[in-house]
Write a protein that binds this ligand. Sequence first.
Ligand SMILES: Nc1ncnc2c1ncn2[C@@H]1O[C@H](COP(=O)(O)OP(=O)(O)OP(=O)(O)O)[C@@H](O)[C@H]1O
Ligand SMILES: [Mg+2]
Length: 448
Amino acid sequence: MSIPIYIIDDEPAILKALKQLLSIEGYEAEVFSDAREALKKLHRDWPGVVLSDINMPGIDGVEFLREVLKVDSEFSVVMLTGHGDISTAVESMRLGAYDFIEKPFSNEHILDVLNRAGEKRALVLENRELKDELDAQTGAGPRLMGNTHKIKVLRRLLVQIKDIPADVLIRGETGSGKDLVARFLHYNSHRKNENFVAINCGAIPETMIESELFGFEAGAFTSAQKKRVGKIEHANGGTFFLDEIESMPMALQIKLLRVLEDRRIEPLGSNRHVDLDIRVIAAAKIDLLELVGKGEFREDLFYRLNVINVEIPPLRERREDISLLFQHYAALASSRFHTDAPRLTNDQLARLQQHNWPGNIRELRNVAERFVLMGGQTVFDEPAGGDIDDATTLAEKVGQYERDVLEAALREHDGRLIDVQQQLGLPRKTLYDKMRKYGLVKADFKLS
Ligand SMILES: Nc1ncnc2c1ncn2[C@@H]1O[C@H](COP(=O)(O)OP(=O)(O)OP(=O)(O)O)[C@@H](O)[C@H]1O
Ligand SMILES: [Mg+2]
């Protein structure tokens, strides 16, 4: 916890003594004999404490305080006052100083005040960050749900980069939220009132991508009767989202690169150009660098897009969010279908948590809908043995195998436990216990 402290005083001896004291105590002390130099370095996110003398030549302490509080009215500023200078000290408190210290001061006293001032500043920044995050979550933009550390880190990153004028590359497995993240960035940025234009590079026929992207003038080619504004131009002022960038044809990659570098386009068949102010967000399901290695994706384009890199962790790496997301989507489905959401049993929850979710949140959402529609009777089925490779410990692998064997036997005998007992050579109680352990319900296997 090394809090930076800016010390401003016109007396070199005081600066030296304070710097020494604070450095020993583990602060990152920086001294200034000219207040204006310190002012230049302050910014709204600065996490430190300002310690300033009141009586200085040039800009005086109170004036300096005013300027500092203009940068951020919630800075912790501690004033050093000369003996008998209480009225100025009181005035600075009224203006918004955190505290004042009378010279001469004891080391303990100054350390104590600076420590508290530092804590206060940390709290201010923390609350501000939480508020930003909350605003971003509850604003017009889509919600990115989850309480796991990984998703919190992701949300914080997105809040930090939402307004940075640099292109973004999102990488995530299918259904993990790439589209959501792109919209989140757009609708929480200052571009939110402009267009969010998405194109799926894999879905447009290769022959059409170019005219889709760049647009054309009337008569640019035989079938071009009317002028058409391209998607990129349509996104001007806003965000241009290139989904499945990995499937963009090589020939087009070079053209896109040029657009990204020049920030202007020339519609086909025209000699005018359009200057662009767009944020480009690209998304890929796979590691583009691997494609680069195979010569299937241009390296220069990769680096151009990869200025900011956002990785979305797959759902199986944030299993603690499964329950929350499932309940959320079950509640949504039940209001949409006008049915009550059935209660999720502990066994069912355990099975949701054990599943590997190759289709990530989209898959979870579908399972939640099915669960609601089937009145809670759904089996969260998966292909037998499907998960075995992903289980980490031996116990997990054995558990998964055991469950698959039980499930197969139950299915084979349409839920007749006596036959399952016989086939697997299990005492009745053991079979019951294991079925409970794996959330297997006899009724699910009965022929109706
Ligand atoms: N953190 C989240 N909180 C709530 N819903 C989410 C979250 N992440 C994803 N979703 C939801 O999951 C579904 C799939 O998300 P999305 O379409 O963004 O995935 P994708 O990565 O673009 O998928 P694909 O690779 O198939 O294009 C959407 O309904 C989305 O709203
Ligand atoms: Mg998508």
